[in-house]
Ligand binder design. Sequence first.
Ligand SMILES: [Zn+2]
Length: 273
Amino acid sequence: MPELPEVETVVRYLRPKITGRKILDMSSDTPRLFRVRRSRTSTEMKSDFKKIRKQVIGRKIESLDRIGKNILFNLSGGKCLALHLMMTGKILLNPKERSAHDRLVIKLSGGVQLVFNDPRKFGRCRILEGGKVFPGQDALSLRFRGLKSLLGTRKSAIKNFLLDQRAVSGIGNIYSDEILWEAGVRPLRKTNSLREKDIKNLYRAMKRVLALAIKNGGTSMRDYRKPDGKEGGYYQLRKAHHRAGEKCSRDGATIRRIKIGARSAHYCPKHQV
Ligand SMILES: [Zn+2]
């Protein structure tokens, strides 16, 4: 699943290539991508495709942002189109070939095409109404004080805290393992057991791991590709995630894998305490 570094890589790649371009057309044969609740009280879904299409055609992309794992296309007239890649989604810029898993094609001025490809159809595209705030604080812009106060509001295993998008947004299974390895903190440590020193290490590790992953174009384990179709390079650099049975590069101990609910965590039993 794409996490913050993958989404940030997509945004940084696309920003200079699509900012200032006008949306000429938008086509999709996947109504599910534009699902919204039928009413505030209902759990029934309907598709907003036609409405969204009408609202974005003719508008200019003024800027491109990211919050957590959401890509935000800020359009002229104050509209904002938000796209979440979810499990298997990827955005391709002018792909040479088309695939049966292409779910959305956006034609831009200057002969540029954005294609959203998503084998499992979990992705989500919607218009954000003005002032809509996402829950959680973005992991890249989060400050030390912010992390400390968020930790104070929870009593859960630190791994689950990092995965909770309503607390820190943008971190998933790969980077939570990597951040905890770097910080020297065990995944099952309770958030309320962390001392000032642990929180400092965690904060530094978060910034370091995310920066290194972004620099390397993210992680391509399964579906994720950069918009030019190439793989990200972080997978080879990872220290703990999916390395169970291998030697820890810091101290030579054997990396372990444990289950935490439906997820798994990978950690070094020696230097992570
Ligand atoms: Zn170790």
